[in-house]
Write a protein that binds this ligand. Structure first.
Ligand code: IMP
Ligand code: MG
Length: 183
């Protein structure tokens, strides 16, 4: 385990098992889709989850990427997500599958939903790796959530603190002193 972590909460096997479930859920939901859905990766946090879920799906999907930021280098959401990099395809009349790392305050999800429906998406489905309901500021919910986490700052498998820890293969809780000394 990385020295700056307090504990590991999800290991590689647990993540892999849920990735399969998420992919099967999406396959079932889109098995009769008339047109190929677009899976959207919200960079950078969902990068590994996105790759693993889309590769585990049987249904053909198009892949697109977007970068939305709300944190800067802190551990608290600013509440104002902004687009740093936009999609390369139009989502008009398309089934959109948003693949998220974590739904925390809900600001990012809410903004993405408004944006995609505003651009004419036919449907909007959200799959998230983690859900932290205790911190919700807006009444939004993912359609499929792999794991619920407590009110702790977690890193690994894509999730970062100040760009660190993303490439850990597991998810763990960051020691409080690591982010509290940064304030
Ligand atoms: P939101 O607060 O629901 O808008 O989530 C915004 C983003 O904050 C997520 O997509 C993550 O990138 C990041 N985030 C929220 N909670 C955590 C955490 O515990 N660890 C790492 N990143 C987090
Ligand atoms: Mg982040």
């Amino acid at each position: 385990m990385h020295n700056n972590l307090e504990k590991i909460i999800l290991n590689e096997e647990q993540i892999a098992a849920k990735v399969k479930e998420a992919a099967a859920w999406l396959d079932n939901k889109f098995k009769d889709a008339q047109y190929t859905p677009i899976a959207i990766c919200v960079l950078k946090g969902s990068v590994f989850f996105f790759c693993d879920v889309t590769r585990a799906m049987q249904t053909p999907v198009h892949l697109d990427f977007m970068r939305v930021s709300s944190y800067g280098n802190s551990s608290k959401s600013s509440g104002m997500p902004h687009i740093i990099m936009d999609l390369s395809y139009s989502v008009q009349d398309r089934d959109v599958i948003l693949i998220e790392d974590i739904v925390d305050s809900g600001y990012t999800l809410s903004k993405m939903k408004e944006l995609m429906l505003g651009r004419g998406a036919k449907s909007f489905t959200v799959v998230t790796l983690l859900n932290k309901p205790s911190r919700r500021k807006l009444p939004v919910k993912a359609d499929f959530s792999c794991f619920e986490v407590a009110n702790e700052f977690v890193v690994g498998y894509g999730l970062d603190y100040a760009e660190q820890y993303r490439n850990l293969p597991y998810i763990g809780v960051l020691k409080r002193e690591i982010y509290e000394t940064d304030k």
